[in-house]
Write a protein that binds this ligand. Structure first.
Ligand SMILES: C[S@@+](CC[C@H](N)C(=O)[O-])C[C@H]1O[C@@H](n2cnc3c(N)ncnc32)[C@H](O)[C@@H]1O
Length: 258
């Protein structure tokens, strides 16, 4: 059975499941390499400059909540440079893992580093660290593709797990995204999500905050709550001085009804 749809085009080995226009490229802040991709690479790939991985707590929580069975289908939506789904792919070497994002530049970095095993030479001078060489990996069960969270490139009821971090408060329509995730999950499939609920639109604050409202919305879509935490704090480290942003996230695991 095929569960993933065919791409509309392929650009430098990245399959596009959405035909992103030149205008959409221009207006998407996450396509800015110097600003966004370098920032995400410093946070997610450059453990050696921090002496730790700043978002390790997100990896630990997600992996702790994954099913223990092998050979499953999983996707991280809004994966950026791919750290979370790459960690999962290494823990689950016989499972198929998909990293999807709307930013081509993020995906190129992710694919070069996690799949092609390229060494990245990154300049973190603006953050006080100078230039850093990062050695990549060659994970064969990890696949990256460009897609919108609102239209995932999977057949109905084809995935066992969808995870995401720092995505739900960045999309135009969180309810549409939750419904789309529900569509592609198998019955009994899991959605694992971590978000600071740092919404950018007044109507999203109104509809999805506090956490109790988000939980209600998930029930409307057809999810059952397995586990939810309202005070899941993570620290985004910013520079050599040790400045940081602390995010007060919600972390939840919900299940599509059997
Ligand atoms: C704030 S970053 C979070 C990245 C990473 N998951 C993390 O925890 O740091 C949001 C990511 O979601 C992606 N994104 C934003 N809107 C999206 C959408 N509608 N569909 C898919 N990806 C989206 C962006 O390109 C970006 O890589």
């Amino acid at each position: 059975m095929t569960f993933i749809q065919s791409p509309v085009k392929i650009r430098r080995d990245i399959p596009f499941f959405y035909d992103k226009s030149e205008d959409e490229f221009r207006t998407d802040a996450y396509e800015r390499y110097e600003d966004m991709v370098v920032r995400q690479s410093l946070l997610h790939l450059a453990d050696e400059v921090w002496g730790l991985y700043p978002f390790q707590k997100i990896i630990d929580w997600t992996i702790e909540n994954l099913p223990s069975k092998p050979n499953i289908q999983m996707a991280d939506v809004g994966c950026s440079v791919g750290r979370l789904i790459a960690e999962i792919a290494q823990k689950y070497p016989t499972s198929e893992c998909h990293g999807l994002d709307y930013s081509y530049q993020m995906l190129r970095q992710a694919r070069d580093f996690w799949v092609k095993g390229k060494a990245l030479d990154l300049d973190f001078g603006k953050r006080g660290f100078g230039s850093v060489q990062l050695k990549g990996k060659t994970l064969s069960n990890l696949h990256f593709g460009l897609a919108k969270a609102e239209k995932l490139p999977f057949e109905n009821e084809s995935l066992d797990v969808i995870c995401n971090s720092f995505l739900l408060d960045r999309v135009d329509n969180p309810l549409e995204v939750l419904a789309e995730m529900h569509r592609v999950l198998k019955r009994g499939g899991l959605l694992l999500s971590i978000s600071p609920l740092n919404f950018q639109k007044a109507e999203h604050w109104n509809d999805f905050y506090p956490f109790s409202k988000l939980k209600e919305q998930m029930q409307v879509v057809g999810f059952q709550l397995d586990r939810g935490e309202d005070e899941f704090v993570v620290r985004e480290l910013l520079d050599k001085k040790g400045n940081f942003v602390e995010w007060k996230c919600v972390a939840f695991s919900v299940r599509k009804e059997y």
